[in-house]
Design a protein around this ligand. Sequence first.
Ligand code: FES
Ligand SMILES: [Fe+2]
Length: 383
Amino acid sequence: MDHDQLIDLTRRALKLARDKTTDLAPRPHTVDASDYTSMQRHLSDRALLLASPQLVGYVSELAAPGAYCTKTVMGRSILLTRTSDEVVRAFDNVCLHRQSPVVTGCGTAKRFSCPYHAWTYDNTGKLVGLPGREGFPDATVKSDSLTELPAAEFAGFLWVALDKDATLDVAAHLGPLADELDSWGIGRWSPLGEKVLDAPINWKLAVDTFAENYHFATVHRDTFATIARSNCAVFDSYGPHHRLIFPLNAILELENVPEEQWDPFHNMVVIYALFPNIVLSVTIANGELFRIYPGDEPGRSITVHQNSTPLDLSEESVAAGAQAVFEYAHATVRDEDYRLVEGLQANLMSGARDHLVFGRNEPGLQHRHITWAEALAASASVG
Ligand code: FES
Ligand SMILES: [Fe+2]
């Protein structure tokens, strides 16, 4: 993001903080409880994700040719590689023999030997070794391949399409946000690993926890709220995506500082909600990524939480400090946000009340649910 834009956002955030208000939607918005509980909606949501470009990680996870990483997206195991021509490729991580995952974790390797019977693949997905070949007269070494999926690196992130026949057009998907996301550089910062939350909450309820800071003063009273303002956010939408600026308490100190001396990054957290299921949280030292997936039933979801840092991790104490920050952020989401909304999910499923309401002060929440509903309506009219 360029400096002028950052200053402009800081100006808007400072005004909201000073006026003790927040960006407001025109009116409150109501959604049905069944959006979070019905099997029909659950299946539609899964189809929506399958049809959308999926951001699965940082380009820095595949830093050099020969690097590989594995990702799980709605139960699908995917292998990503960077081949000798520097290109990122993606494959179903499913052995052609009896469907074992061919490889787990991440690292550097040009060949992958399946842990079950050692069928071996190169990093272009090609089958290059098959012990006991006489057992498989129909298999063709050097010609059979793992199923390849469309893959791209764009705006600093790794993207895949889960439909092998789909066209993956991430530029069209991100629209005007692409350059802004790229400019942060968080996808090129050092990755700090993945932490997984398997939670008894609908995936949209998980996304909702990132779409407003109205809850900071209560849910995060002893954590985030000690440094960040509550019920105070700058909201902007970009087609189906949106950006929220959460000002830190220190922003009020800018009142008496000339704008030329502002260091905007010390005064805010920037949250992006990328349609349909991705949340990014950017600060001066952390590029958090939340990949949020429907689980196997409406009341369950999987969140994969990643973080990246611009710090030089070659020094042990710096690396340990970065991990501690990641653990703190993760524990807060797990023990404060997700734990609390488990109670919402139980109430929603009880049928006691058939709707819930998003206030004018929750424009991000409104935007999420309106864009999901619009996308489902559009795909229903096409299908
Ligand atoms: S399942 Fe992979 S070699 Fe048998
Ligand atoms: Fe929260």
